[in-house]
Design a protein around this ligand. Structure first.
Ligand SMILES: O=C(O)CCC(=O)C(=O)O
Ligand SMILES: [Fe+2]
Length: 253
């Protein structure tokens, strides 16, 4: 896992190979496709579906737990975060045939306070990492290696569209691999045109993802509950689920 550590810091992503076997992948695909009625269509393609963390349903909960509890992923995470205290933040997505233009997975607008610029670029913090589990082979993910190291203006994703194609790297994923990505990395998925292909009607492109971060970062971004002065628990922090609000941020809408 030495390499995972180095790659995450230099390139902004690494691949944890064979994290799930074929049987597990087939089962996860079936579970997603059986629950399309819980998801929304927010893309041009009629067969595109999405459910974000904020709308998480108990029917899909164990799919997220399968990802966050995967032992190969946890081993990679231990190597990367060293002794850091890491948790799944509740920022999750399940997407089916969903296009994705150039973007970073940082939070915008009113949700930006949950992961502010200092939290994201302060060099003393470990980065938040997204685990991407593609439930089929593919190479639609494109990244700009190293782009996670440059602080960017978050006012619009137009600022992250690469001007130089030579910097773009295509990432090949085999079903069962987990791609671990720094959420500051500039990346994109398939285009609307690609996701409208008729062949996807019986062969959906499915992706499950979940974001991990250090507990200390997480705590710092949670506002204190206002309490009456002198209260025994003055300054007490709200429970972890408070931050799940961040998961409804439309960074993928
Ligand atoms: O569709 C893809 O391959 C990219 C997905 C993505 O950008 C994300 O999950 O953050
Ligand atoms: Fe993304």
């Amino acid at each position: 896992m030495e390499n995972a550590f180095q790659e995450i810091f230099d390139k902004g992503y690494c691949i944890v190979q064979n994290a799930f076997d074929g049987h597990e992948i087939a089962k996860m695909r079936r579970e997603v496709l059986d629950n399309l009625h819980l998801m929304s269509n927010t893309r041009r393609a009629k067969a595109a579906f999405h459910i974000a963390g904020f709308h998480r349903s108990l029917d899909l909960e164990h799919l997220h737990l399968k990802v966050s509890g995967n032992r190969h992923l946890l081993n990679a995470m231990k190597a990367i975060y060293d002794q850091g205290s890491v948790i799944a933040l509740g920022l999750t997505d399940i997407t089916v045939n969903r296009s994705q233009p150039w973007h970073t997975d940082l939070l915008r607008g009113k949700y930006a306070k949950f992961l502010d610029m200092d939290t994201c670029w302060n060099v003393s913090n470990h980065p938040c990492l997204k685990a991407l589990v593609y439930l089929q082979d593919g190479e639609s993910l494109k990244v700009i290696p190293g782009s996670h190291l440059n602080q960017i203006d978050l006012s619009s994703d137009a600022n992250v569209v690469p001007q130089d194609e030579a910097r773009v790297e295509r990432v090949r994923a085999t079903a069962g691999d987990i791609i671990l990505m720094d959420i500051r990395l500039i990346h994109r998925g398939a285009t609307d045109e690609q996701m409208e292909a008729k062949t996807l009607d019986n062969d959906a492109k499915i992706l499950i993802s979940t974001v991990f971060g250090e507990k200390c970062v997480f705590r710092r971004i949670r506002p204190p509950i206002p309490t009456t002065s002198g209260h025994l628990f003055r300054g007490i922090r709200p429970p972890v689920t408070r931050c799940r609000e961040a998961a409804c941020f439309g960074y993928q809408s």
